[in-house]
Design a protein around this ligand. Structure first.
Ligand code: ZZB
Length: 258
């Protein structure tokens, strides 16, 4: 499985656990299959209870992600020696929340790391780019935080990290309009990020349609169909130093049981 890894550069002030890296470029790393949606990022998601690490890459400074993802990257030329990476720091997700980041392509100059409780530890990097216009999971989690002050307080998230961020229209999808996730969220009357059954249904509804019939509303490929320009957008992200390519080993290949 090929993912685009998005590098979200940590902005000043660095949080306590990252202060020791103040002279270096430090980035939160997210894994996405949808590079064409990066124009619509409003935040990134970190799981408060997952453990992340900091390790140094050859070309792109310090990466923050799960240890599992770092190990995979170390076999893909991200570090000096194949299969080797040095853990510079272990950090629990909670301590990475509320941090300001610079993400590629989005029109918000600064976005924040916010808590999401449905992140899977064994997928991608354990950190996720949030695109509430096109991902129902992201929209549901963002609305949860915007509506529920106690939820923000519990994780030390300030109002200004959440309330000003509205979904950005990036794709036009026939029948679903220019914010497909918002459309299906309302249509299915989704109540929260824990509404799993409806959210899975919502994802199925927007996924294929977005891929085959979606047309870009922004960027250099405005007016083009996604399937025709997805690769070009991925290349552009990489060329502008906003992303790198990463392969996730298939579980069946690494398992010894078969
Ligand atoms: C941006 C984005 C925009 C995404 C969108 C989806 C959508 P899949 O297809 O089920 O494999 N993701 C990545 N890592 C994790 C994780 N550890 N835990 C939870 N979610 C994760 O899902 C791939 C997508 O799941 C990735 O692509 C990422 O979110 C998220 F408009 O990145 B995506 C309808 C989906 N739309």
């Amino acid at each position: 499985q090929e993912y685009t890894l998005i590098m979200m550069q940590v902005l000043e002030p660095l949080p306590e656990p990252l202060k020791c890296f103040s002279t270096k470029k430090v980035s939160y790393i997210t894994a996405t299959l949808r590079p064409e949606t990066m124009y619509g990022q409003t935040n990134c998601w970190v799981h408060p209870d997952i453990k992340y690490i900091a390790f140094e890459t050859l070309k792109n400074g310090i990466f923050i992600c799960t240890k599992r993802a770092a190990r995979n990257m170390s076999y893909q030329g991200f570090t000096e020696n194949d299969g080797e990476f040095k853990i510079l720091k272990e950090i629990v997700g909670q301590d990475l929340l509320g941090v300001a980041l610079k993400a590629p392509f989005t029109s918000y100059s600064k976005i924040y790391a916010l808590p999401m409780l449905t992140i899977k530890e064994d997928k991608g990097t354990g950190i996720v780019s949030s695109v509430p216009s096109d991902s129902p999971d992201d929209y549901a989690a963002l609305v949860d935080l915007q509506k529920k002050a106690p939820f923000r307080e519990k994780y030390g998230i300030k109002d200004e990290m959440v309330l000003p961020f509205k979904p950005i229209p990036v794709l036009e999808i026939p029948e679903y309009g220019n914010m497909s996730a918002v459309h299906v969220y309302e249509k299915l009357k989704i109540q929260s990020q824990n509404d799993r059954e409806k959210l899975n249904q919502a994802k199925d509804m927007v996924y294929l349609k977005g891929f085959y019939d979606g047309v870009l509303l922004v960027g250099d490929y405005k007016g083009k169909k996604i399937q025709d320009v997805k690769k070009n957008i991925q290349n552009q992200l990489v060329a502008e130093n906003g992303a790198v390519i990463y392969y996730e080993p298939e579980k069946t290949i690494i398992s010894r049981s078969g």
